[in-house]
Structure formats: C-alpha cells, structure tokens
Design a protein around this ligand. Structure first.
Ligand SMILES: [Zn+2]
Length: 388
C-alpha cells in the first residue's frame, strides 16, 4: 500500500488562517503551516496580487494595524444576503469580512410565491449595489435562506409548509438578473445557527455545542455539534415544530399531520394576527398575551428537553419573533426544559437570545456565502483561473 503525499498548504489555506485570525503574521503562518519562509512569501504574493490580502502599516494614532500584520482585504469583493421569512424579506450587501454595507427589510407576503417576491428582492439588491457605487462584477457570492427543507444543490425549497408555492421552484434564474455569482441556499434555522457559530463574540465552548431555536410563525432548530451545523441525511434535520407532543393530540398542523408541537406553540396557532403583534402586546404587559407567549415557551421547552438530553448543548439560543419577548418566553422555555432534562445535561446549560437579533438571518446568509467563496478550495480555484 502506498500513501498519497499530504498536499502542502496552498494559498487558500493561508487565506483561511488569516481570515480566522489564527495566524496573521509571516512568522505565525510559517509555524502553523510548517511551510518555509520562502513558501509562505510565495503564497502571500499570490494572495496580494489577487487583492485578497493586505499588509497592515504602523498607524497607531489612527488605529491601524502594526506593520507586518496580514488581513483579509474586506473591500476586495461583496456578498449578497437574502433572508426570506413568512411575511418579510430582508436583503443586504456585505463586504468580504462580513460587515453589512446596506440592507433593506420589506414587509411582503412571501407565501405569494417566488414569481411575486423574487423580482422585488432582485430590484432591492440592484438598487443597493448602485447606491454603493458597486457593480455586479464585485459580487463573489449570494447567500440565501428560506423556511422549511431546501435542496442546496438545486437551489430550491423542497418541503416548506409555510411557503408551499416555493417548493420545487429553482431560484437561481431569479438571482441571475442581478449577478452571475454562485448562489448558496440553506434553511432559516441553519443560517441563524451559522450567525451564532461564526460571528458571535462568544467563547468557543458556547459556540461549538448549541441549539439555535427559531420560534416565530413556525418553530425550527439549528443544531451545532462540535462546531459544525448538523443538517442530516436529507437536509431535514431541525424540524422541531413537527415533533409530536401530547398537548397537541388530535390538533391539525399546517404540515397536514396532527399532534405537532407547532399546533400548540407555533405563532400561526397562537394569534389571529401576526405573531409579532402578540409579542408586542406581551412586551407592553398585556396579561393574556404574556400567558400565551410563556405557555408557548413551556411547550417548546418540554420538546427540547429530549434533544438537550441527547445532544448535551452548552447553549440554547433563542431567535425569531418570540425572542422579542425574551424574558417571558424564556421563562416558559426554562420551566418546560429544566423540568424534564437530566441534571447533568442541564448543569451548565444557558438559555440566551441569539447574538444578532433580527439581523441573524442576514448575518448568517452573508456568512454562508463567505464560507463558500473563501473556502481554501474555492480560493485556490479562483487563483488558478486568474493565472490561466
Ligand atoms: Zn406539523
């Protein structure tokens, strides 16, 4: 048996180290990669020529980075973010270090379908690019999220009870009207988890084992285990809202089944108007609204207990409309959760609001695109294209 030689770290790996902050000087890059000083310099020269890396200069008075510090050139490109909820579409333009440059939130019945919604999304993106003085050529990638189960390869929703008109409709052709850059699609819960995992200023322990709950009109979960998002065999992991619970016995769910958690705890089942109105009433101190929000939290906590016992997370992060009344919702959630979880699984467990609040979806969509277009393989392929 012969072993293939281990490939030496390429320019893409070097950029990944700089981007993550794990190595930001020539010396550190040499130590971390095991590359010679000459080899490190060659890779940096390639990255600098492509405009992806810049070297800091000593400008302490202006807060500049010390000489010799290497950073990703955030201005070398853009990514677009498209987060589609049930009644709101959010779109944004981010630079390569994830900083938001412009965004628009548009109240719209997203259930009306992609033919109605996507042209509006595309128009907002084109207007934002123009107002920033940038063009479609600057866009490196597009990150997009939808409620429900998605097929990332075909860039389409495959099973969304909330957005039935989107199932099976390829979304790339719509995005092509604003950019030729690659489009990356994930679920609303997974991008929320990504926003928590990659950008939040938390400790490693808090990031790497987490349940990221989206409690809104529907209920879903982003699962983070050992620092990775768990999507499951068919990408259908995290459908917490359709776990069967005793309290919902016999009650119809919008997925067509009966007895689902959503039927007693999802926003669509709790309020005649939008769940945001219910949450606003709870925040204003309306006793009935507070009781309904708390009860929703309790049902969700009970269902989460089994998942907490099985996966032993450090953090349950709460996002979605219910997070707008975090105190009362999380009180119910803790009540249901800690009544049923084991002592050990519950010992260090914290229940917190998601790090980016209402922007979590946009931050996660941008991160989804950035992780793809700045992956070592993608960067090496792009550099090879430049050379050829
Ligand atoms: Zn259901």
């Amino acid at each position: 048996m012969t072993l293939a030689p281990v490939p030496s770290p390429g320019a893409g790996d070097v950029l990944a180290l700089i981007r993550s902050g794990r190595a930001t000087t020539r010396g550190e890059l040499g130590r971390v990669t095991g590359l010679s000083r000459t080899a490190v310099s060659a890779r940096l020269a390639t990255l600098e020529q492509a405009g992806l890396v810049v070297e800091g200069e000593l400008e302490s008075a202006t807060g500049g980075r010390p000489a010799g510090t290497l950073v990703l050139n955030a201005g070398a490109g853009l990514v677009l973010a498209i987060a589609l909820g049930r009644s709101r579409s959010q779109v944004a333009v981010h630079d390569l270090d994830g900083t938001e440059l412009a965004s628009v939130s548009h109240e719209q019945e997203v259930g009306a379908g992609p033919e109605v919604v996507m042209p509006v999304v595309v128009r907002h993106l084109a207007e934002m690019l123009a107002s920033l003085g940038r063009t479609a050529d600057d866009v490196r990638g597009v990150g997009m999220s939808l409620a429900g189960v998605v097929d990332a390869g075909q860039v389409m929703s495959v099973d969304s009870p909330a957005l039935a008109g989107w199932d099976g409709v390829p979304l790339e052709p719509f995005v092509r009207q604003v950019t030729a850059a690659p489009v990356f699609l994930d679920t609303d819960c997974n991008v929320m988890a990504l926003s928590q995992l990659r950008v939040a200023p938390t400790t490693l322990a808090e990031r790497d084992d987490a349940l990221v709950l989206k409690a809104s009109t529907g209920i879903g979960l982003g699962l983070v285990a050992d620092g990775r998002i768990v999507r499951g065999h068919r990408g259908a992991a995290g459908q917490l809202g359709h776990v069967k619970v005793a309290a919902a016995a016999g009650l119809p769910c919008r997925c067509g089944d009966v007895g689902c958690l959503e039927a007693v705890a999802g926003g669509w089942a709790l309020a005649d108007s939008h769940v945001r109105d219910l949450v606003a009433q709870a925040v204003q101190g309306n006793g009935r609204a507070r009781a309904v929000v708390r009860e929703s939290g309790r049902h969700i906590g009970e269902a989460l207990a089994a998942i907490v016992i099985v996966t032993n997370p450090r953090v349950v992060a709460v996002g979605g409309d219910m997070a707008g009344a975090f105190d009362v919702f999380s009180a119910g959630l803790r009540e249901g959760l800690f009544a049923s979880t084991t002592a050990l699984a519950g010992r260090d467990l914290q229940v917190v609001p998601v790090a980016h609040g209402e922007r979590a979806g946009l931050v996660g969509c941008a991160q989804l695109a950035l992780d793809a277009v700045l992956s070592p393989a993608a960067v090496d392929a792009a550099l090879a294209d430049l050379r050829s």
